[in-house]
Write a protein that binds this ligand. Structure first.
Ligand code: ADP
Length: 747
């Protein structure tokens, strides 16, 4: 079969709007232009396609400039009853054919994608009918014989099979956690209970994940109703015990579709009454509603949607012609495509299972990490740990932070302390990293000692970059012995990994180091081996993005080139990903270096761009991109060369990047990884040759690596892993930034 000849391509957003749709539209438009296609945006979803006229607009490079940071969808969305009729779809087909369009990227929920699939199936018949009605010529019909489609899922609920994250879900989690963090502070001032309703009619993702991220006291979701008949009494017991243990507030998160085991909805009013009657406590309800849909997209919802939009165009252009339509999503931390209608069918199947009260099967289909998160969340929200079993061997496990502060360290410590004590063990906290271990700053941590840590930035235990000298090892071993430590969890960055490795090497000299040891990656630079993502890097990325949003906003008034220097030492992760998330024209990073020829080339591109009407350019430079071409030097060169056309300003973001509270994603990953670390230590403790490992996320899954292999996996001089998967994303960043030569455009 001949390849499908794509003439012109169109993109539309449909159904409920979701933050991140704009960056997907931008990526579709710019990739299509790069591939030499004519590209159209269809405004107001299917309604615009049916109505035609001004709703179908030709896009140029600049049409999608300056939209990355905007919430919602700038090309509009609508529900359209007419598109559900054959007559409506015939009109839509007419409008596409007359614009020469025979390829369509649809960004919407399962309804919109079902509509797209039906439209594609009917397409040949619709064209035949249009020929019959003399609306189009037979040649036109022949020229557009097939309609190619690709679907992206826009939905804040994260309720679609076939993608681990839907467009908008991460941003919705940001809105929810911001709101609940704010509610917690007022609730604890007055010792109140709050019932917070979040979206999710069929899917408890937002409720479950926000419960983990905010350290809520109880949550109710559709796919896992309370497993006891009298859930009201269990909930009240837990909240009461929490208060007695010292909690100053109680937060209960209820998903819209929450229900009991018999399928009876559990409303926020019902929960409020139960708490008021059971605890005699003033209880307030907050329904977050459309706030969850709104506002600026998160960094993840900008960079991952950019990858999706880019992949959707390539799927249409180079996917096998007879392949059924694909849904382009994220699976295992990579862009992946799956048969569209299969995903829709499975999504409906889960909703049907919930309606039929077959919760086991529904949970099965939600996947392994959902179930794991649920188990962890259930334990963490207990008011107090289970008592140790009589006669149980109680292990003494130590936890510490090492390296530069990374947001999410506290969240991980909290999870480790609570999950460890809940299993009957004693958790010891080492203060101030390796220095604290050298000085013997170790104390027992109980359940309530980590109250409120889930949401707090920085490191409450204290952390620093100190690595031990040979002489220090003796003191460290002595203190581990003195406190009878039987397992060590190191949550931190490069210094932590190196220090733990040192201890492993010295096992023969110091038997105290012959305990299970595990490193949990927490570093904003994302420069650790064995994990594609480290805790803290998502927060740093969002910090950079927010700062750049502000810089762009004020710089847009003048002809200006902004050079923004970001952290990362020799690792370009933050630079490249923030470049993707902010729409930078150019990213300089250590992995690639900078040459004089690069700078000269970039100056010429900038000049050409500003000559053609560009008002703003954004360059991101990783702090160690090149020793000679510092941010200062680059600015001088650009300023001098571009004098008549634009001026240059620079910003070194510095420690802003390390600050603030952790993002929901960092909190969730910290919790998930810490849970697995505790299980590992318990399993290994007491073995004659206990393992020393690092944990990480690879291809979306939790994996363990041998600490012995550390030297083999890293470039020690540059302090980064030898393999960095995200370097593969560079071409996408380049496609988004430059329309051939860097011209006209605003980022
Ligand atoms: P979502 O895409 O967010 O699930 P809807 O289910 O409301 O939102 O669908 C959005 C639009 O997609 C509908 O208003 C309609 O125009 C179109 N659509 C949905 N389902 C179908 C269908 N089965 N056939 C044709 N069009 C559909």
């Amino acid at each position: 079969m001949a390849t499908h000849q794509v003439k012109n391509l169109a993109v539309l957003t449909s159904g409920g709007d979701a933050p991140g749709m704009n960056s997907a539209v931008r990526a579709v438009v710019r990739t299509a232009l790069h591939r030499g296609l004519e590209v159209y945006a269809i405004y107001e979803g299917y309604q615009g396609m049916v109505d035609g006229g001004d709703n179908i607009r030709k896009m140029v490079w600049d049409s999608v400039g300056g939209i990355l940071h905007r919430g919602g969808t700038v090309i509009g969305s609508a529900r359209c009853a007419e598109f559900r009729t054959r007559e409506g779809r015939r009109k839509a087909a007419y409008n596409l054919v007359t614009h020469g369009i025979n390829a369509l990227v649809v960004i919407g929920g399962d309804g919109s994608l079902t509509g797209a699939n039906l439209f594609r199936q009917e397409w040949p018949e619709l064209l035949a009918e249009l020929v019959e009605q003399d609306k189009i010529t037979p040649e036109m019909a022949q020229d557009h014989a097939q309609l190619a489609i690709a679907g992206l899922v826009g939905s804040i609920d994260n309720d679609m099979f076939g993608t681990d994250m839907t467009i908008g879900a991460d941003t919705a989690l940001h809105r929810i956690t911001e709101a609940i963090d704010a509610i917690s502070s007022t609730a604890s001032s007055h010792q109140r209970a709050f019932v917070v309703e979040v979206m999710g009619r069929h899917c408890g993702y937002l409720a479950l994940m926000s419960a983990i991220a905010t350290g809520a006291d109880w949550f109710l979701i559709p796919e896992s109703p309370p497993d006891v008949e009298d859930w009201e009494a269990s909930m009240v017991d837990v909240l009461r015990a929490g208060r007695q243990a010292g909690n100053r507030d109680s937060i209960v998160i209820v998903a819209e579709g929450a229900q009991d085991r018999h399928g009876t909805p559990i409303t926020t009013d019902r929960v409020k009454t139960v708490i008021e009657e059971g605890l005699g406590e003033e209880t307030r309800i907050t329904i977050l509603g459309h706030v969850q849909r709104g506002g600026a997209p998160s960094a993840f919802d900008r960079w991952h949607t950019t990858l999706l939009g880019h992949a959707a165009v390539d799927e249409i252009l180079s996917g096998p012609p007879d392949r059924e339509p694909q849904l382009i999503g994220i699976r295992e931390n990579r862009v992946a495509s799956s048969p569209l209608m299969d995903c829709v069918a499975k999504t409906h199947a889960i909703a049907d299972l919930i309606a039929a009260q077959d919760y086991e099967q529904a949970m099965e289909m939600r996947g392994g990490s959902f179930k794991e998160s649920l188990r962890t969340a259930r334990t963490l929200m207990r008011a107090l740990p289970h008592r140790p079993e009589p006669g149980q061997k109680r292990l003494r496990l130590a936890v510490m932070n090492c390296g530069a502060p990374a947001q999410g360290m506290n969240t991980a410590v909290r999870a480790a302390v609570r999950l460890g004590t809940d299993k009957g063990h004693i958790i010891l906290g080492v203060s101030n990293g390796i220095e604290g271990l050298i000085r013997g700053e170790i104390q027992e941590m109980d359940w309530m000692s980590v109250a409120g840590w889930a949401t707090r930035g920085g490191s409450e235990l204290g952390t620093n970059r100190t690595e031990p000298t040979k002489a220090d090892l003796y003191a460290m071993a002595r203190h581990l012995e003195e406190y009878e430590v039987q397992g060590l969890l190191m949550i931190g960055g490069w210094a932590g990994y190196q220090s733990t490795y040192q201890m492993l090497l010295e096992r023969r000299n110091y038997p105290a180091f012959s305990i299970p040891m595990i490193c949990l990656p927490a570093a904003i630079d994302n420069n650790l081996p064995g994990s594609e993502l480290s805790v803290g890097s998502d927060t740093a990325l969002n910090n950079i993005m927010e700062a750049v949003d502000k810089i762009k906003q004020y710089a847009v008034a003048s002809h200006r080139c902004h050079v923004v220097e970001v952290m990362g030492r020799d690792c370009g992760y933050l630079a490249l990903m923030s470049g993707l998330a902010t729409g930078a024209e150019r990213v300089y990073m250590h992995e690639e270096g900078i040459t004089l020829a690069d700078l000269q080339n970039d100056v010429e591109l900038l000049k050409e761009g500003f000559r053609q009407g560009k008002r703003l350019a954004l360059i991101i430079r990783n702090e160690n991109a090149n020793e000679a071409y510092t941010t200062d030097v680059i600015c001088s060169i650009f300023g001098e060369e571009g004098r008549d056309l634009f001026d240059v300003r620079w910003a070194v973001l510095g420690h802003i990047q390390q600050g603030g509270d952790p993002t929901p994603f960092d909190r969730i990953q910290a919790t998930r990884l810490a849970a697995r670390c505790v299980d590992f230590l318990i399993e290994e403790a007491g073995k004659p040759e206990p393992a020393a490992v690092f944990i990480g996320l690879q291809a979306g899954k939790v994996q363990f690596g041998n600490l012995e292999d550390l030297p083999r996996l890293v470039d020690a001089k540059a302090q980064r892993p030898k393999r960095q998967y995200w370097l593969e994303l560079q071409p996408v960043a380049k496609t988004m930034a430059l329309p051939g030569p860097m011209s006209r455009s605003n980022p």
